[in-house]
Design a protein around this ligand. Structure first.
Ligand code: HEM
Length: 180
């Protein structure tokens, strides 16, 4: 997983829980990288899971909630760092529809070693969309937060339902998004 994801996570922990908490979870985790992340480096995604697990133990907030919040934060950072992906569409469903065939395609060109999920998306009507997340990694909560963040970015109220259809070695979650 790219270092940008790790450095954003550590920054969010520092902001919300303080520098000491960030140091503490890095120390408690057994990290091959030692916790010194550069945005261009690539690290084992298990390091993120270990950091979040320790943060959850320290704060009493569930891993799921922490990762969702991180996804929302990441979406804000992406909208600052890559505004062109957001400005070419004017609503949340159309934006989410571009992740698989445009956004992540460009990300893969920029970082050939990036490990990205697949999204099978279908805009069914003005009020309903399905987005099927598949990955070898267990980051559907991150996807949830990113989707939530995108709805906030476009100022739309969207209800997000998750149906977990994962099997051994593959995370598969069907997201159904509906507007009131
Ligand atoms: C401009 C917007 C976006 C950019 C620039 C972007 C970029 C990235 C980058 C750099 C990674 C890390 C890849 C790696 O570590 O190897 C990533 C992973 C990921 N992205 Fe995106 N992304 C964007 C939007 C989204 C949205 C809206 C979603 C959800 C619908 C999403 C879902 C994910 C997930 C879940 C991962 C974690 C890897 C996995 O689950 O296998 N991304 N993305």
């Amino acid at each position: 997983m790219k270092g940008i994801v790790f450095s954003e996570f550590i920054e969010l922990v520092e902001d919300k829980f303080g520098f000491e908490m960030a140091d503490e979870i890095i120390e408690k985790s057994n990290l091959p990288s030692g916790g010194a992340y550069t945005s261009v480096g690539t690290y084992d995604h298990h390091e993120l899971i270990e950091l979040v697990t320790h943060l959850s133990a320290e704060t009493g907030i569930s891993v799921e909630d922490l990762v969702r919040t991180f996804g929302e934060h990441l979406l804000v950072r992406f909208s600052e760092g890559y505004p062109m992906f957001f400005e070419t569409v004017d609503n949340c469903f159309d934006f989410l529809d571009t992740i698989e065939n445009k956004v992540h395609v460009e990300v893969q060109k920029l970082y050939p070693e990036a490990e990205l999920p697949t999204f099978d998306s279908q805009i069914e009507s003005e009020k309903r969309m399905t987005l099927i997340y598949s990955s070898k990694r267990p980051f559907s909560a991150l996807a949830y937060g990113l989707i939530k963040g995108a709805s906030t970015y476009y100022g739309e109220q969207i209800e997000i339902e998750m149906d977990d259809q994962s099997s051994e070695g593959l995370t598969k979650v069907v997201f159904t998004l509906t507007k009131p």
